[in-house]
Design a protein around this ligand. Structure first.
Ligand code: NAP
Length: 452
């Protein structure tokens, strides 16, 4: 009996799950469902537009999508077009590969003022995610504060200070490029509540900050320790030593007439967003680090800024009827198992950590669960425990009944061809942002549905 598997979410963890199922040689049909017409999740809308080489990983996903056992159903949103219960009734296994698209809240007084944005929204805006097209952040300010010392914070800082020439060969949408490059931003402050040793950046990403055309790094040498103290694995210690060395290297750089400044500030914990209706500054508390933990000192200072971006981590979108761990912002699970026939993988399973490839072992684990729980076992095994559910045919019947304008993989390739054809010279594509414009390429109408 052919197992039917629905994977919800067409980001890296969804595609790696499909790939892992195929590699096991299971007799299965895999349908990847995605709320947007476009596949690839964070690769398209999260990875920074100036990191095009990272985005090449989609070639492997494309091979998976073209496999005869796999089908793509874009523009199909769970809860709007079809319920999770309906999917579970139609498929032997449902895998939630829904990522962690929501921002962790900046839970301090003033955190809801105009001019405070979470990184998920801000990155989505400059990366052309339809849900954030209308965010329109007000960049009319001299100084920006970015909270967090992870790679997302570095991405946001870099995109804000790079010159039009540095961004020319990217797929950043015109509206974001115009807003960023037309803004008077001179100073970008990267704020860590702990020290440089505890920062979570990877070294390649940190080094990039020293290679910017019109922006120099500013940091206080007194905040750089001589050595990496504390308990670390050999690998982590090496990474942190490298980061310290890179930061020390920034100290020796001449200003070279550069107009913008990127300030690394450590031991600074945000305690209040200042201003009236909109942001005028950030109040920070000086901290120290003991045994890796933040210790407050009670001493505060203010930083003037007109925009705050909180790059402090993400959380998964809760789904009605699915257990959710509020504290970790993930789907509650036991090693990826949620309920019989229901699994979770990637960031929704383990939280927003690791690089793109970190989703592979997770996907292998889920494929092994599906095989163990549902597939026929061993030689001469019978039907397996799959219930012979309708799978793809059931989904297609429901979508047809509801007049859902779903997008196949061939349709996506047509959208992509239109984006590539419209690209300015040297740029990889000009992204279509509005869902209605994507569907128009296919001669489809969004009708009464989400128009993006
Ligand atoms: P992250 O690496 O976990 O960094 C989050 C940062 O926010 C940490 O510095 C954390 O400080 C800080 N933070 C959390 N809550 C805070 C609060 N209430 N106040 C002040 N600071 C707070 O997360 P991320 O940057 O969102 O990245 C997510 C994942 O994507 C990471 O695995 C990252 O490496 C990956 N990523 C990779 C790339 C790349 O490879 N180029 C690019 C982007 C993202 P503490 O450490 O003190 O908690």
């Amino acid at each position: 009996m052919t197992l039917s598997v629905a994977v919800i979410g067409a980001g890296p963890s969804g595609f790696y799950t499909a790939e892992a199922l195929l590699k096991r040689g299971l007799d299965c049909q895999i349908d990847i469902l995605e709320g947007l017409p476009t596949p690839y999740g964070l690769i398209r809308a999260g990875v920074a537009p100036d990191h095009q080489s990272t985005k090449r990983v989609t070639r492997a996903y494309e091979r998976t999508a073209r496999h005869e056992q796999v089908a793509y159903f874009g523009n199909v949103e769970i809860g709007r077009d079809i319920s999770l219960d309906e999917l579970r009734a139609n498929y032997d296994a449902v895998v939630l590969a829904i990522g962690a698209p929501l921002d962790r809240g900046l839970d301090i007084p003033g955190g809801d003022k105009r001019g405070v944005h979470g990184a998920a929204a801000f990155v989505g805006w400059y990366n052309g995610h339809p849900d954030f097209r209308d965010l329109v952040p007000d960049l009319n300010c001299d100084a920006v504060a970015i909270i967090g010392n992870g790679n997302v914070a570095l991405d946001v800082a870099r995109v804000l200070v790079k010159t039009p020439r540095e961004m020319a060969k990217t797929d950043m949408p015109d509206y974001a490029a115009a807003a960023i490059h037309g803004a008077p931003i001179r100073d970008v402050h990267l704020l860590g509540r702990r020290g440089p040793v505890e920062a979570k950046w990877t070294n390649v990403e940190l080094r990039e900050m020293g290679e910017l055309e019109d922006c120099r790094v500013v940091l206080d040498p007194d905040q750089l320790p001589d050595r990496v103290a504390g308990k670390w694995s050999a690998r982590d210690r090496r990474l942190r030593e490298k980061n310290l060395e890179t930061l020390r290297g920034f100290l020796g750089q001449p200003p070279d007439g550069k107009h913008k400044r990127l300030h690394f500030a450590f031991y600074a914990k945000p305690v209040e967003v200042l201003g009236g209706d909109r942001v005028t500054g950030l109040r920070l508390e000086r901290t120290r680090v003991e045994d890796g933990r933040v210790v407050d000192t009670g001493e505060t200072f203010d930083l003037a800024c007109g925009l705050v971006v909180a790059a402090i981590g993400y959380r998964a979108q809760p789904i009605a009827g699915v257990p959710y761990d509020e504290c970790r912002g993930i789907v509650s699970n036991r090693q990826g198992r949620v309920a019989p026939g229901l699994y979770v993988v990637g960031w929704a399973k383990r939280g927003p950590s690791g690089v793109i490839g970190s989703n592979k072992p997770d996907a292998d684990l889920i494929a092994s669960h599906v095989a163990a729980d549902l597939a026929p076992q061993g030689e001469g095994a019978g039907e397996g425990t799959g219930d012979g559910k309708p799978g793809r045919a059931g989904l297609q019947a429901l979508l047809a009944e509801r007049h859902v304008a779903w997008v196949s993989f061939a349709d996506w390739l047509a959208i992509e061809a239109a984006e590539i054809a419209a690209a300015p010279a040297g740029a990889p594509r000009q992204k279509l942002i509005r869902i209605k414009d994507m569907l128009a390429v296919l001669g489809k109408s969004a009708g009464q549905r989400r128009t993006g």
